[in-house]
Design a protein around this ligand. Structure first.
Ligand code: FAD
Length: 319
């Protein structure tokens, strides 16, 4: 019996969302009085023993040419074998793109109850009850998992990464790796773009920018700070920016080290998706804007004056 955490990676680097899942899985294992083990498929450039710092005791690293590219069918078959061989009772995924494909498939294969969109550790005082987001984040539900085996997909940025001093044992396993039924011919990634949910710095703007033609000053600050771009919901609803940039209760949840919000009022639904940011900087011309209550630093002023000055100052500091 153990907790098994799927460790997702991209371009050779472990995703921040997976570090959250590992931290979650490790705390869950401690709660259940069992061990936390990770499984990583494919090639990475990182030292996997260092994942012990997030509380995982062992990491199974499986390499095979058929695992070089993410393939939900192949990964599901391999992970099911890993779960069986290691006797995993609870499987933890991040509820990101790969987790959304793998967690349901694994739950069917392992006849395990599934909770996707989990936002906190289960209550195990009387059964196994997991709190999850429902209705696109508009409400929460507590779900009791009644099967012996369980699969949890943890919402991105819903859990804080814990860092300690542990070292994980890195091991392999003998599994049957099937050939994929599809083949990746090429991959095309728009260069220089930072993934919003994983970003350490996010620059976001709202209706205070007046229109899409004014986004140049937002993009310039984002470029200077190596930041991802975000926006409030009405901005995406009005098609000023793509919906993939909309943050908040019904959009992407983020937890960067720095969140700069320009011309955003700070409605509760917006705050719901950004309040895990470490440092929040708010620029708003209205000193009564609610966002200032959540801000670490507040600038009362016109975004059209402040943003270019902010960018200039960042460039000066960076040299
Ligand atoms: P506004 O409320 O119009 O605020 C614009 C701000 O810009 C004002 O504070 C104003 O003082 C300031 N401003 C104007 N001009 C300037 C200037 N020149 N310089 C500086 N400041 C200026 N919203 C989200 O963002 N994310 C969500 O996920 C989300 N989900 C929702 C879910 C539900 C069920 C509902 C009902 C609403 C949701 N909303 C969400 C909408 C939310 O309630 C707010 O309406 C929205 O966040 C407001 O966006 P805004 O701050 O850009 O615009």
């Amino acid at each position: 019996m153990s907790v098994l955490i799927f460790i997702d990676h991209t371009s050779g680097m472990i995703k921040k969302a997976s570090r959250e899942a590992i931290s979650y899985g490790a705390q869950l294992a401690a709660q259940l009085g069992t061990t936390a083990e990770g499984v990583l498929l494919g090639n990475v450039a990182e030292d996997l023993s260092a994942l012990g710092q997030h509380g995982v005791q062992k990491v199974y690293h499986l390499q095979h040419t058929n695992l070089d590219h993410f393939d939900a069918q192949v990964y599901t078959k391999v992970l099911a074998q890993v779960a069986d061989q290691t006797g995993a009772q609870v499987l933890v995924f991040s509820n990101n793109t790969s987790g959304k494909a793998l967690a349901p498939a694994l739950s069917v294969r392992l006849k395990a109850g599934l909770v996707s969109g989990a936002v906190s550790l289960p209550d195990t005082s009387n059964g196994f009850v997991v709190k999850k987001n429902v209705f696109s984040g508009k409400a929460f539900a507590n779900v009791a998992v009644t099967t012996e085996r369980k699969v949890i997909a943890l919402n991105v940025n819903a859990f804080t990464i814990t860092t300690g001093t542990g070292t994980a044992e890195v091991a392999s396993l003998n599994v049957d790796v099937p050939a994929p039924k599809t083949r990746v011919i090429s991959k095309d990634k728009s260069s220089g773009k930072v993934t919003l949910s994983e970003a350490e710095v996010v620059v976001s703007a709202g209706r205070g920018l007046k229109g899409p033609e004014n986004w140049g000053i937002v993009e310039e600050l984002a470029t200077a700070l190596d930041a991802a771009l975000a926006c409030s919901r009405p901005v995406a609803d009005a098609h000023w920016r793509p919906h993939s940039e909309h943050v908040g209760q019904t959009g992407v949840a983020i937890a960067p080290n720095l969140y700069v919000a320009a011309g955003i009022s700070g409605a509760i639904q917006h705050l719901a998706g950004v309040n895990r940011s470490k440092v929040i900087v708010v620029i708003n011309k209205d000193p009564e804007a609610p966002f200032f209550k959540a801000a670490d630093y507040g600038i009362v002023g016109d975004v059209f004056e402040i943003l270019p000055k902010f960018t200039e100052a960042v460039k000066k500091v960076k040299g």
